[in-house]
Ligand binder design. Structure first.
Ligand SMILES: [Zn+2]
Length: 207
């Protein structure tokens, strides 16, 4: 392996969220020290997601099922009266593992970025466009499940307003309400790292 190959992989790891140059370097040297089988496994796994992973056209989560829609959107046993809007795939995954929620999801793709112009592209339009279909299948409640921090609060405020703007008659005639997760989550905590009990409490105390 030339020095360039090492630098190249280090540069790629550096772009990962939360990974600095030193950690990126450690990953690369770990791979170099490991048996070749681990490097092959990594290459195969990366190729696997490149070939098989796709975004669900309904909730926008990433999945690698054969079907277009993800397993949650396809499942007939999920409660179509509940729609939970989450910021990220990681939050959705944490809620699924906590086994406390049986409704549908929508992945917004981030939260409002405060104090910067660099707002991530949020799928607000896609969410609004999906509402008529969801109302037809019995939507009764939209649960805003964003992190308990200022960005999460700003996102909840924005999404609530966008939904109300898009339904000029107000939500009562349309028959669904908008709630937010309760603050069983301590301030600043990310759903992604919350334990199942905390998530269950937050869900039960939604309002
Ligand atoms: Zn889906």
């Amino acid at each position: 392996m030339s020095e360039n190959a090492i630098d190249r992989l280090t540069e790629i790891f550096k772009r990962f969220p939360g990974i600095g140059p030193r950690q990126a370097g450690r990953f690369v040297y770990y791979l170099l020290r490991s048996p070749p089988s681990l490097r092959r496994e990594l290459v195969d796994a990366v190729r696997g997601i490149a070939e098989a992973a796709k975004q669900c056209p309904t909730c926008f989560r990433y999945h690698s099922d054969k079907q277009k829609e993800c397993s949650v959107c396809r499942s007939a046993s999920r409660d179509t009266s509940l729609l939970m809007v989450v910021a990220s795939d990681a939050d959705l995954s944490s809620l699924e593992h906590s086994d406390t929620y049986k409704g549908r999801y929508f992945v917004l793709g981030g939260t409002v970025a405060l104090g910067t112009d660099k707002n991530p592209t949020l799928r607000t339009k896609e969410l609004l466009a999906s509402l008529p279909m969801r109302i037809e299948t019995g939507l009764q409640e939209i649960i805003l499940a964003f992190p308990a921090n200022p960005e999460g609060d700003a996102t909840a405020f924005l999404i609530r307003n966008k939904i109300l703007e898009a339904t000029p008659l107000g939500f009562t005639p349309l028959g669904f309400k908008i709630t937010a997760l309760g603050r069983g989550l301590s301030t600043g905590s990310e759903l992604e790292y919350a334990d199942p009990d905390t998530l269950r409490n937050a869900l039960e105390n939604r309002r």
